[in-house]
Design a protein around this ligand. Structure first.
Ligand code: 5GP
Ligand code: MN
Length: 340
């Protein structure tokens, strides 16, 4: 049996101020696995602070511990973040494979003299942590944590809050277990998390059924007006500019999941969402999603300076929306053979 998770962490004796940080534009897996770790460490008598590079979606606000998360882009948190990182005995980096995914936190985290440990499931982790637990075949960083806790004999003794966070992490990275979740062990973990008292039906509603009227109308507009379906390429493109965001009063989180919608169209295997960056107008953020074997990560790294997973990747372009749309069309043409 593996040692307890706490014993793998390079913490000595009474030392125990841990910083947990995740990738920019944190998703449910990032927030869920970071909060699960925080609850676990606190149960073991350590201090643990979750720090994120920028705001996370409102539909994760309900998560136990979410109100304690420090956000680098929040002016009121900046000083505290510096202090907490400087005083950390250990830094845990979750759900990312390259330091630049820490965005505004990268410098502070990389300058810290505390040991760093990576817990992640992305392909090809960069070598920037003393210890790296990287399991790319797993569906979520939350599953990596379930795996460690199972191996160390601790999974059946975790708290309900820990279990809730771990379930949310896996649910969010698998579209509520609709993709990337065919390995039976995932359902074994779910069963054991249910035994810890989680309410998975409530978790689903908390994440997916909390739309505002504005979000629903935005979806209608994007699908009716902005979605272009390239039937001969089995692909679809959706765009959203900052002007449209203002017009539709789009809030952070309202665009989450939009990229998946075109995949419901019979025959569409690739969906690309081009979303103008609210914090950096003129930067276009791209989200790619695919069904089956189509390698979004290859397309993202070859054309959009990004990367990610086979079925879910992202990248960026510095240009206008019109140019970005053209570049996406060219990328799709270049992959025409693989999209057949
Ligand atoms: P999303 O479309 O949700 O923003 O990102 C989907 C996935 O793509 C993320 O989980 C992450 O793995 C990856 N990703 C998104 N943006 C980038 C990027 O700019 N660079 C890299 N390397 N990966 C990205
Ligand atoms: Mn993830």
């Amino acid at each position: 049996m593996l040692s307890k998770l706490i014993d793998i962490l390079p913490l000595k004796g009474a030392e125990g101020a841990v910083v947990i940080c995740v990738h920019v534009n944190p998703d449910g897996d990032a927030i869920g696995s970071a909060l699960a770790l925080k609850h676990y460490l606190e149960r073991k008598g350590k201090q643990a602070t979750v720090i994120v590079p920028n705001v996370f979606p409102d539909f994760l606000d309900w998560m136990p511990g979410a109100d304690s998360i420090l956000v680098q882009t929040n002016q009121n948190h900046k000083e505290q973040i510096k202090t907490v990182i400087n005083e950390a005995d250990l830094v845990i980096v979750c759900d990312l494979n390259q330091p630049n995914r820490l965005a505004g936190l990268e410098e502070l985290i990389m300058q810290s003299t505390a040991p760093r440990i990576l817990i992640d499931h992305h392909l090809d982790p960069a070598d920037f942590c003393q210890v790296a637990i990287s399991e790319p075949e797993m569906c979520a960083t939350g599953e990596v944590l379930c795996h460690i806790l199972s191996q160390s004999g601790e999974l059946d003794d975790i708290s309900q809050d820990e279990a809730t966070c771990l379930y949310t992490a896996m649910m969010c990275d698998t579209g509520a277990f609709s993709f990337n979740s065919n390995r039976s062990v995932v359902f074994e973990y779910i069963s054991r998390l249910l035994a810890r008292g989680i309410d998975k039906d409530q978790i689903y509603r908390n994440v997916y059924w909390t739309a505002t009227e504005a979000r629903l109308r935005l979806q209608g507009y994007l699908l009716y007006v902005n979605m272009k379906v390239l039937y001969n390429r089995h692909a679809a493109i959706i765009t959203l500019t900052n002007e449209e965001r203002r017009r539709f009063k789009v809030k952070n989180g309202d665009t989450e999941g939009i990229v998946n919608l075109p995949l419901q169209i019979l025959g569409v295997r690739l969906s690309v969402f081009i979303n103008e960056d609210t914090e950096h107008p003129g930067t276009m953020k791209l989200s790619l999603r695919s069904i089956g074997d189509f390698p979004c990560d290859q397309m993202a790294s070859q054309f959009f300076g990004g990367g990610g997973h086979k079925n879910a990747s992202g990248g960026k372009l510095q240009c206008t929306m019109t140019e970005a749309t053209e570049r996406v069309r060219s990328a799709i043409e270049a992959y025409a053979e693989m999209l057949k």
